[in-house]
Design a protein around this ligand. Structure first.
Ligand code: ADP
Ligand code: MG
Length: 230
């Protein structure tokens, strides 16, 4: 597959939650292609379905209808084990609240996905240190999350998301908990990740982050209302 090949091909995907008060349609008939190297921002009001869409693109949640191919494979046809492996190797996730494991050091947090992927200990320790250098945190490798600032925690989370060399990085409001200056550092780090060839989809309310994207999708009521291509 070439660097600019199709990674995700989502066609008419919807996601309906069955609630006691009746069905809630979080994502409605979205068609979206993500290619290698894409830099996509997703904006829209709270509750419009951004996180739900991201979870489907990341093969975490199944669509209720429509089809989703990742690297040409129909994700709904994969076994749970194959789908987990796909997520582990091809997709990185970054969240607003970082979700680092508090008992582990920065390096151990970054090692975790490699450990799950069966990377031998010496190799994963070496790569974790390299990734922490890449995000500018080599000096914090042995710190626990409680000993790091919010921006540092997010940089560790980005290093962790890159651990297995994913083709696609999904970020859900990655600067939502950070002040403006720290958010700008995270934004330029994500730019670097994209320039190194990883496709990005970033859900954000932060105009500074969205303005860097090549494609900006505006969502409303579960649908992509418009797309601006730069
Ligand atoms: P956003 O990320 O844009 O704020 P979400 O994707 O989180 O929006 O949610 C979209 C809609 O789907 C909302 O109405 C929300 O209440 C509903 N929703 C999201 N997740 C669930 C769930 N697990 N169960 C029921 N309803 C959900
Ligand atoms: Mg959300």
């Amino acid at each position: 597959m070439s660097a600019n090949g199709l990674i995700v091909d989502a066609r008419h995907v919807s996601r309906v939650f069955a609630m006691r008060a009746g069905p809630v349609t979080a994502v409605r008939d979205v068609t979206l292609q993500i290619h290698g190297g894409d830099h996509i921002a997703v904006r829209g009001p709270s509750g419009c379905g951004k996180s739900t869409l991201l979870h489907m693109l990341g093969c975490v949640e199944p669509q209720t209808s429509g089809s989703l191919l990742f690297d040409g494979q129909d994700v709904s046809q994969l076994s749970d084990a194959r789908r987990s492996l796909l997520r582990l190797k091809q997709i990185g996730f970054v969240f607003q609240r970082f979700f680092l494991l508090p008992m582990l050091t920065a390096r151990e947090n970054v090692e975790l996905p490699m450990s799950e992927a069966g990377v031998p200990k010496p190799a994963r320790q070496k790569r974790a240190v390299e990734l922490l250098e890449y995000v500018g945190l080599a000096a914090r490798a042995d710190h626990r999350p409680s000993q790091l600032s919010g921006g540092e925690m997010q940089r560790v989370a980005i290093a962790r998301a890159l651990a297995n060399g994913p083709r696609l990085l999904l970020a859900d409001e990655p600067t939502g908990e950070l002040d403006e200056a720290t958010g700008a550092q995270i934004a330029s780090l994500l730019d670097r990740v994209n320039q190194a060839g990883t496709a990005l989809v970033i859900v954000t309310h932060d105009p500074a982050l969205a303005d860097r994207a090549g494609r900006v999708l505006m969502m409303r009521d579960g649908q992509i209302e418009s797309e601006r291509v730069r």
